[in-house]
Design a protein around this ligand. Structure first.
Ligand SMILES: Nc1ncnc2c1ncn2[C@@H]1O[C@H](COP(=O)(O)OP(=O)(O)O)[C@@H](O)[C@H]1O
Ligand SMILES: CC(C)(COP(=O)(O)O)[C@@H](O)C(=O)NCCC(=O)O
Length: 263
């Protein structure tokens, strides 16, 4: 069993992954910067106990993090309390993909893991991993097995928080599909702008990326697989025909693949 951490800007997802990459169980805690190594120790031990595992059942630990302060505390926790080997996904790790961006060291580990998961599921075909988290990200693997690049947009809730913060009269709304694109009260007006606007943005970016990938490959029919993931992934995938399959555990699947390539 592999213990995997996906440290995002809003949540830390902790997963127990079987040899086949399947997620045995997972937990989600908020990404609070003040959490200490000892607190992570309590959380993880409780999580293992709930699943009737002991540390001897864990062959290793892998971390994808885009929050350096949390990476630091997790490293202290692992150094202090855990004997099993651990790896922090970063530059130099074998991923099965060539990172062909201009500054590979600045690429978020979550994007690399999502791309590795998508590439595994697509069985080596070009693919796009669309992750709906704090940010909405579109990570592209081209037909030369290169992680070619990414588009980063504000996540839907991040956009809402910013909208509310920068206006006097607007308040938080529940994020659900509006009844119409013509909102007839403030809440519905915000939903119309935010949810439909976000859907339009996402579909436009995907269409552009598909077009550019096909143009570069000189093949207008090039088969490109799409995978959606992240907290809002299911919601958007249900309301669009162009977001591919929803894969809740895409990032964990990528981490499993990366772990196997590096042991
Ligand atoms: N339990 C929840 N209820 C409502 N919104 C949530 C919940 N968990 C996450 N979110 C929202 O989803 C987004 C984060 O999604 P997540 O997939 O956890 O991304 P990240 O990897 O960026 O932490 C944030 O905008 C957050 O507010
Ligand atoms: C784009 C991100 C903010 C996404 O974070 P998330 O929504 O998963 O919390 C993160 O991958 C990041 O900080 N990346 C660094 C910049 C880059 O990848 O180019």
């Amino acid at each position: 069993m592999l213990l995997a951490f996906d440290v995002g800007n809003s949540n830390v997802k902790i997963g127990l992954l079987g040899e086949d990459g399947r997620v045995h169980d997972k937990m989600r805690i908020s990404s609070q910067l003040q959490r200490t190594a000892d607190e992570y120790n309590v959380f993880v031990n409780q999580f293992l106990q709930q699943n009737q595992f002991v540390w001897q059942d864990i062959e290793g630990i892998i971390i994808s993090s885009v929050v350096p302060l949390i990476t630091g505390e997790l490293s202290i926790f692992l150094e202090k309390h855990v004997e099993q080997p651990y790896a922090i996904l970063g530059p130099g790790a074998k991923t099965g993909l060539k990172i062909n961006t201009e500054h590979p060291h600045e690429l978020g580990a979550d994007l690399v893991a999502n791309a590795a998961g998508a590439y595994y599921l697509s069985q080596g075909k070009p693919c796009i991993a669309i992750a709906f988290g704090t940010a909405t990200t579109f990570t592209v693997v081209n037909s030369r097995s290169e992680l070619q690049g990414v588009a980063i947009a504000p996540g839907v809730e991040t956009a809402l928080v910013s909208l509310v913060k920068n206006t006097a009269l607007l308040r938080q709304v529940k994020l659900e599909m509006p009844r119409s694109s013509i909102g007839r009260n403030t809440q519905e007006a915000i939903r119309a702008g935010l949810i439909l606007g976000n859907l339009g943005t996402v579909e436009y970016i995907v269409q552009q990326q598909l077009r550019e990938l096909r143009q570069a490959a000189g093949d207008p029919e090039l088969d490109i697989k799409l995978y959606s993931t992240g907290f809002f992934g299911k919601f958007y995938q249900q309301h669009s025909h162009c977001l591919g399959e929803f894969e809740e555990d895409l990032l964990f699947l990528g981490l499993q693949q990366i772990w196997q390539k590096n042991i």
